[in-house]
Design a protein around this ligand. Structure first.
Ligand code: FRU
Length: 496
């Protein structure tokens, strides 16, 4: 497909080949996708094509800052080991000159079909700033993609009256029995987010169907990066709203990602929302997207960074990474998230402490490091505070603190080397769960990968993801309790 590779794309591909190898492996996360070079944000086109998982991402290869968006690309056979592929899309057409923004992908008629937002951004002869977001198609073989001659395939004019022509983006495509559908983010007449549903028989011609749901200024402004999928007996609309206001411990100020639980009538295309909850309660999480595996698992991946607190150190040659892919299940009326089971294939060097009494600060033999998994079951819940301090030395530490009385878990990276005025703490409500014998237990599964921590609480009931860029020598782990806790601890290293 060489003919369709534009000079812009060729330039990036040449540059990438060199730069990817210039970044030492030691500097990158061990089992999380990170920017090949330059900057990445949202996961895009997360899909299975020809038996492999493909992940694209918003990508500015020329610097470590957001800039004209490309689609970077990598693949994996098991969601854990990733291989970089050449950059897939560059902003090289009149309808995407301002960037190839987020979108999704699907396998159709033996081809890999990408649907993305093209940004038209230019000054007209009379000086008028013409800005539009439109939806575009590119088809390919898993490496090279050619953009449709008929692009754009959807423009904002198709949306209900009063909808924004400028904020209309991030199409997520899927297949139903009666054809293809896509959900795209938009702004309604009241200026806040809405999700539009479109339908197509061939992926090239699209018709507008309906508004799936709207913010009505309650859940932020623009709704970005929608996804829409069934889970258990619910239908989930997942969106990433901009400019939200904090609400209790559920939502924080700024960009959030939320699950809207509801019911969906496939005939009338009506979505009835029942409740809303955060996807992740950490400091660095945004724009998640899901795929369905051949064996029926709904897997989610998110951008593990925040727009407002981008803390990548200047010395790094890359900026941006993804979360661990997580399997979603509906249990006890809420969405549980667990790291994909494939991660367990890479576990090594188990260390185990059973029924250990923790009183005061306690370091344990063979429990330290920055690339590992910790499984904790905390019982004997008679204390007020229990802490796990990690990525620790005389200068740095990040910690998790459980306040038993308030039933609240805090992540705190105040002492993680950040010298800017960014938010360093977030709390989430978390009650102990009951084990099989009806006994109260607090379960924490903690994944560390050099600069990130993901905490899966109570078998995945709630998750917190956060970054901390401290030197890797800060690798101590200390457990601390103001009274007495009884804990079972398992630690694994990973060999990737
Ligand atoms: C979300 C987002 C998307 C957009 C992309 C641009 O993080 O703002 O709505 O498509 O990033 O890079």
């Amino acid at each position: 497909m060489e003919h369709s590779i534009s000079p812009q794309l060729l330039k990036v591909r040449r540059m990438e080949r060199k730069q990817i190898h210039d970044i030492p492996k030691e500097e990158r996360p061990a089992y999380h996708v990170s920017a090949p070079t330059g900057w990445i944000n949202d996961p895009n086109g997360f899909s299975i094509f020809q038996e492999q998982c493909h992940l694209f991402f918003q990508y500015h290869p020329f610097s470590k800052k957001w800039g004209p968006m490309h689609w970077g690309h990598c693949t994996s056979k098991d969601f854990i080991k990733w291989e970089y592929l050449p950059c897939a899309l560059a902003p090289d057409k009149s309808y995407d000159e301002g960037g190839c923004y987020s979108g999704s992908a699907i396998e159709a008629n033996g081809e890999h079909v990408l649907i993305y937002t093209g940004v038209i951004d230019r000054y007209l002869d009379d000086g008028f700033h013409y800005y539009r977001q439109v939806q575009c198609i590119a088809k390919g073989d898993g490496i090279d993609y050619r953009k449709n001659e008929q692009n754009p395939v959807i423009t904002g004019e198709s949306a209900p009256a009063g909808s924004s022509l400028e904020d209309f983006r991030d199409p997520k495509v899927w297949k139903e029995e009666d054809g293809y559908y896509l959900a795209a983010g938009s702004r309604s007449e009241d200026g806040s987010g809405q999700i539009l549903l479109y339908r197509s028989q061939n992926l090239d011609q699209w018709e507008y169907v309906t508004v799936l749901d709207q913010s009505r200024n309650q859940y932020g402004k623009m709704w970005e990066c929608p996804d829409f999928f069934p889970l258990g007996d619910k239908q989930i609309l997942m969106v990433s709203p901009q400019d939200m206001r904090a609400f209790g411990l559920e939502f924080h100020n700024g960009n959030n990602s939320i699950f809207l639980y509801g019911q969906y009538d496939k005939q009338s295309h009506q979505f009835q929302r029942e409740k809303v909850a955060s996807v992740d309660y950490g400091l660095d999480f945004y724009a998640p997207q899901t795929l369905l595996t051949k064996d029926g698992r709904r897997i989610l991946i998110g951008w593990m960074q925040s727009w407002d607190a981008n803390i990548t150190p200047v010395s790094f040659q890359w900026s941006g990474m993804m979360t661990i892919p997580r399997e979603l299940t509906l249990e006890h009326g809420r969405i549980y998230q667990r790291p994909v089971k494939e991660l367990e294939n890479y576990r090594t060097d188990m260390v185990r402490y059973d029924h250990l009494q923790i009183t005061g600060a306690t370091a344990l033999d063979n429990i330290q490091g920055r690339v590992l998994e910790l499984l904790l079951e905390i019982t004997g819940l008679e204390f007020e505070h229990f802490q796990i301090r990690f990525a620790r030395n005389h200068e740095y530490e990040t910690f998790l603190q459980y306040n038993r009385k308030k039933e609240c878990l805090t992540i705190d990276r105040t002492h993680s080397g950040i010298d800017r005025d960014v938010v360093c703490r977030r709390k989430m409500e978390l009650a102990p769960m009951e084990d099989e014998n009806g006994k109260k237990v607090l379960k924490l599964r903690i994944l560390l990968d050099k600069y990130s921590v993901e905490v899966f609480a109570n078998d995945g009931e709630k998750v917190m993801s956060s970054l901390f860029y401290t030197p890797l020598e800060a690798d101590g782990i200390v457990f601390d309790c103001d009274q007495t806790a009884w804990v079972n601890i398992i630690k694994y290293s990973f060999e990737i």
